[in-house]
Write a protein that binds this ligand. Structure first.
Ligand SMILES: Nc1ncnc2c1ncn2[C@@H]1O[C@H](COP(=O)(O)OP(=O)(O)O)[C@@H](O)[C@H]1O
Ligand SMILES: [Mg+2]
Length: 231
């Protein structure tokens, strides 16, 4: 079998004595989109933060065939991980373009900037605007754009649908589909929104109370749309 881009094996995560993730196993292949679906409090953000080295955890995490679980967060990110965090975490009093540039590896980021603006023409129009005054959807575009500025192999998306109206969500979904189809960037998406996950992902994992209770191909999980919250 081809080497996976990201391999997580037996991941346990803790906040103090609270044991949050219980033996999570998860792979993301090259060019693949994998979703982790789970209700509020399931441990989705904890999972992404554990991959980045921000939460105390044990287990094996490999990236591009190399163990990264003993590396510091910035060392892991440098291997080729772009993060779009929960709640966007933009700098509200900076412009769109300055926020984007913060995600770049160095000053020489014209090509990535061009790619991001091409993906989200709306934020090109707003590039000199202060982020604080923009809509939730526009801010989400900036957050995804910033994560792309380092030219990552893997994009981690933490609930991009959060707080967005359906019409805006459609725009975000369209852009994410383009990333999937037009680049070789892999995506690990954590979501509560079943529809978004099934539309975008190749494979889906269901996370409940820190455990993966189900996994499979997205096109074999149509029933999730009806039964997910009863799991
Ligand atoms: N910094 C923290 N300290 C203690 N407990 C936390 C912390 N962050 C999250 N938790 C707990 O961990 C569990 C999983 O949270 P989280 O990963 O944020 O879930 P999700 O992203 O799926 O909503 C929840 O029970 C939450 O209360
Ligand atoms: Mg979360």
């Amino acid at each position: 079998m081809d080497m996976q881009l990201l391999e997580v094996e037996g991941l346990n995560s803790y906040y103090g004595r609270a044991h949050i993730l219980h033996g999570v196993n998860l792979d993301v292949g090259k060019g693949e989109v994998v979703a982790v679906l789970g209700p509020n409090g399931a441990g989705k953000t904890t999972l992404l933060n554990s991959i980045c080295g921000l939460v105390k955890s044990d287990g094996k995490i490999s990236f591009n065939g190399e163990r990264i679980d003993s590396l510091k967060p910035h060392e892991r990110i440098r291997k080729g991980i772009g993060v779009c965090p929960e709640g966007r975490k933009l700098f509200p009093f900076m412009t769109v373009e300055d926020n984007l540039k913060l995600g770049a590896r160095d000053e020489n980021c014209e090509e990535q900037l061009k790619f991001v603006y091409e993906l989200f023409p709306r934020i090109r129009e707003l590039k000199n605007n202060i982020v604080r005054n923009m809509s939730g959807g526009e801010q989400q575009m900036v957050a995804i754009g910033r994560a792309l500025m380092s030219n990552p192999n893997l994009l981690l998306l933490d609930e991009p649908s959060m707080g967005l109206a359906p019409i805006i969500l459609g725009k975000i979904l369209e852009a994410l589909k383009r990333i999937k189809e037009e680049t070789d960037i892999s995506i690990l998406l954590v979501e509560q929104n079943v529809h978004l996950a099934l539309e975008l992902a190749d494979r889906v994992n269901v996370l409940i109370k820190g455990e993966i209770v189900r996994e499979g191909r997205a096109d074999e999980m149509d029933d999730l749309e009806k039964h997910y919250f009863e799991l």
